[in-house]
Design a protein around this ligand. Structure first.
Ligand SMILES: [Zn+2]
Ligand SMILES: [Zn+2]
Length: 182
């Protein structure tokens, strides 16, 4: 029987699949979820809702930083401009099966293909494997420019990198736990 209830989706979960967000360091999550009731001692959030909440906060940060005081250039990396209703990977006109590229797949594009795209870029869903980029893709880079990032983009990139590292680390830890169970 699962032992704790997620304060966002209300589902009952095993405690190890949730995070205790009762402490001061998670106040920002509680604020996002509009939790003001202080009579409850412990709040838990499931991993799905946590990821969701963090992702939303990334976009909010991005939107509030549209002005830029500086730009940094990364010559080894490319930036793909708005693809005008075309998939940024294969270049075909987007269909109803296209999706907004998940932040972890954006990081894969950057790490594996040296390509940066904006967070609202859409791609065909066939290029994705769950929320990661499929390994067998080739990209048409004709319409790319050298990458330069302003303050807002840089901040959202750093936040994406952090959440990506956190996601990978959670997976590694889960795998370790599997070993312990054996
Ligand atoms: Zn939940
Ligand atoms: Zn495509």
């Amino acid at each position: 029987m699962p032992d704790v209830q997620c304060c966002k989706c209300g589902k009952w979960k095993n405690k190890q699949c949730t995070r205790d967000i009762s402490s001061d360091s998670y106040e920002w999550i509680r604020e996002k979820l509009n939790i003001t009731n202080t009579s409850v001692l412990n709040y838990y959030i499931c991993s799905t809702c946590e990821r969701d909440t963090r992702r939303k906060s990334t976009i909010v940060v991005d939107a509030s930083n549209s002005t830029s005081d500086f730009e940094i250039q990364l010559e080894e990396y490319l930036f793909m401009k708005d693809c005008h209703h075309r998939c940024c990977i294969c270049g075909v006109i987007l269909t109803s099966s296209s999706v907004v590229i998940p932040s972890s797949a954006r990081i894969d594009l950057l790490v594996d293909h040296h390509l940066y795209v904006n967070y609202d870029t859409r791609v065909c869903d066939k290029h994705l494997c769950k929320n990661r980029l499929s390994t067998n893709i080739s990209i048409n880079k004709k319409t790319c420019d050298p990458l330069s990032l302003d303050g807002g983009n840089l901040k959202s990139l750093i936040l994406d990198l952090i959440s990506n590292i956190r996601e990978v680390r959670t997976k590694v830890e889960a795998r370790k736990e599997d070993f312990v169970c054996f």
